[in-house]
Design a protein around this ligand. Structure first.
Ligand code: ADP
Ligand code: MG
Length: 230
């Protein structure tokens, strides 16, 4: 399946924002898309069951309608580390179930965007985590770098770990989290040298901007081209 696995330098750095915008950008290229959030913690009860906002945003940004249970097979109420949320719910996160949901979700789609959970090294069970999930899905990785003080360390460590785990870092996205971030362009230049992967978008701080508007900042031709390369 063609697509990307979206990870980030941390939680709250713009993964969902970027993933939803990428779905819109791919839809503009005429592709049939699906979005997935395999594991989510921080979900609210509804008459239909627990719902997570990230998963709802990805479901809405894609253009193929898919049941919520396929978009987000594991959803937990408390906004805590997912393996702890699973343990509290008396559940175990099982990779085969995620892969089966992925298979059904992707049937008939041209491209999938999968959002990870937290950063790269997040545990999902006793002996596995986000790296094993990305490996099993077989998708190239896009790293969302939340631009703020400390991001150089987080970004360079993440890129090193992604590659050490045998995955392809297809590109990265610079996402502004702090309008007062000092030496922005110098930091960006340092990241461009150090990450050694294409910068796919440089996103300014835009509170209230919708994923549709954000999609305009993405070079959808370049992203669609990367899909073919992956
Ligand atoms: N460039 C930006 N400008 C303004 N708000 C942003 C930007 N990037 C992210 N945000 C906001 O920050 C919050 C966290 O982003 P989100 O995509 O949910 O992060 P993650 O998925 O990595 O946890 C959201 O409310 C989002 O709208
Ligand atoms: Mg998110």
């Amino acid at each position: 399946m063609r697509g990307f696995f979206i990870t980030g330098t941390d939680t709250g750095v713009g993964k969902t924002w970027v993933a939803a915008a990428m779905l819109h950008a791919l839809v503009r290229k005429g592709l049939k898309t699906v979005g997935m959030k395999p594991v989510a913690s921080g979900s609210v009860p509804t008459p239909e069951g627990l719902r997570n906002d990230d998963a709802l945003q990805l479901q809405a940004a894609a253009n193929l309608p898919r049941p919520y249970a396929l978009v987000n097979p594991y959803t937990f109420a408390p906004p805590i580390a997912p393996h702890l949320a699973a343990a509290e719910a008396g559940a175990t996160i099982a990779l085969p179930r995620i892969l089966e949901s992925f298979r059904q979700l992707c049937a008939g789609a041209d491209a999938v965007i999968v959002e990870g959970v937290g950063g790269w090294q997040v545990p999902l069970g006793e002996s596995w985590g986000v790296p094993e999930l990305a490996q099993a899905l077989g998708l190239p990785v896009i790293l969302v770098v939340g631009l703020r003080l400390g991001c150089l360390n987080h970004a360079l460590l993440s890129a090193r770990a992604i590659r050490a785990d045998g995955l392809m870092l297809a590109g990265w996205i610079a996402n502004s989290l702090d309008p007062d971030f000092e030496r922005r362009s110098e930091n960006l230049a340092t990241l461009q040298r150090g990450l050694n992967a294409p910068l796919l978008a440089d996103v300014p701080w835009r509170p209230g901007c919708t994923p549709e508007e954000l999609a305009g900042r993405f070079n959808s031709g370049k992203i669609a081209g990367l899909l073919d390369a992956g």
